[in-house]
Design a protein around this ligand. Structure first.
Ligand code: ZN
Length: 362
């Protein structure tokens, strides 16, 4: 079902002008953008950590730690869990938020999308006439497997998933072939490596870490004029550094602004980093922005198959907003510094005074 906002019913928030003007947007996303696609996030109740707790030996987060490879039973649980998650991802369709990002890219407004997500839903977007490397997967990909010995990566196959489901890692074909050649030459037979999902766990380095760093450097040199961070609770150290690095660059531009879009608000430590937080479901917030702006875009609404977000979800969302009297708007816009709701009438004045000033309490 299509989410539809009647533009006449919603106030035209002044923050939209930054989206309208921006030419070099960098977006950083987390699990929150895929929840409506049916992929659970990590930290929410009912999320992946909770699901992992129900496994025999591992406790929540520990199932996503590199330590799992030191314990056969834990490793087996990890493989089974990843097989389940992979199947969920295969059934999922991109969300409204994914589609919004696709349009930003196709309208030549977004220069890069850094995602923490391993669900690969970005790969199902059209990204027409957009460079292939526009998406950087910070935590790897569930669509690939990597050899634990030779580090070669392969596209995941059904047979791999079946093996993971049974709690076992499949053998690496590269290693098997290499072993065969050595034996033929009468040499000592090297061990054959096992394949694991090509995702990055806690306490291990990203195998493509150097490539990602060079991409970040390249993007910083391009002077992005808008940073959007969405659907993440900003708990991972590396990501926090990345956000701060980009925010600094964006703020070196006069009209550069940094946005946070999420269901739950930022903590006070981010006051100097973000200029706006748009609180709500990512799908609702991005639909609002898209509805308000796409008449200015060359490429607008695309008929790609999206996850259904029911009209009920949207109505419930409006109800919450009204009952807490946050604002008449579908989105509560706050200046991160003050935690105050800024009314639309004097929004611009307050914006001028409030953005990027340091908190008096700090
Ligand atoms: Zn190998």
């Amino acid at each position: 079902m299509e989410i539809h906002f009647d533009t006449q019913d919603i106030p035209h928030h002044h923050f939209l002008r930054y989206f309208l003007k921006a030419k070099r947007i960098v977006v950083i996303t987390g699990a929150g953008i895929s929840v409506s696609s049916g992929i659970p996030d990590f930290r929410s109740s009912g999320g992946l950590y909770d699901a992992a707790k129900s496994t025999k030996k591992s406790q929540g987060k520990s199932l996503f730690d590199a330590q799992v490879f030191r314990d056969t039973e834990k490793m087996s649980e990890f493989f089974q869990f990843m097989a389940k998650l992979k199947k969920k991802c295969d059934e999922a369709k991109p969300s409204k938020t994914h589609n919004f990002l696709n349009l930003l890219a196709e309208n030549k407004k977004m220069i890069r999308l850094y995602t923490q997500n391993i669900d690969c839903l970005e790969d199902r977007l059209s990204f027409e006439n957009v460079k292939k490397d526009i998406v950087i997967k910070l935590h790897g990909s569930l669509d690939q497997v990597r050899c634990m010995t030779c580090s070669n990566t392969f596209e995941i196959e059904d047979s791999h998933v079946e093996s993971f489901e049974e709690g076992f890692a499949p053998e690496c074909i590269s290693c098997v072939e290499y072993q065969k050649k050595r034996i033929e030459r009468g040499r000592r037979a090297p061990p054959v490596g096992f394949l694991r999902p090509n995702v990055v766990l806690y306490n291990e380095n990203h195998p493509s870490g150097d490539i990602i760093s060079s991409m970040v450097d390249k993007d910083i040199k391009r002077k992005p004029d808008l940073l959007i961070v969405m659907g993440t609770s900003l708990k991972v150290h590396g990501l926090r550094q990345l956000v701060k690095q980009f925010a600094k660059t964006v703020h070196s531009i006069e009209e550069g602004r940094v946005f946070f879009i999420n269901k739950t608000p930022l903590s006070s430590e981010w006051i100097d980093i973000f200029d706006f937080q748009l609180l709500g479901l990512c799908d609702v917030v991005t639909t609002y922005i898209q509805t308000a702006l796409e008449k200015h875009w060359k490429i607008s609404r695309k008929s790609i198959v999206l996850s259904p977000v029911s009209q009920k979800t949207i109505k419930d969302y409006f109800k919450t907003v009204k009952s807490t009297s946050l604002s008449n708007s579908p989105i509560s816009v706050r200046i991160a510094e003050k935690e105050n709701i800024i009314e639309n009438s004097n929004f611009d004045d307050k914006l001028k005074r409030a953005t990027r000033k340091k908190s008096p309490n700090k």
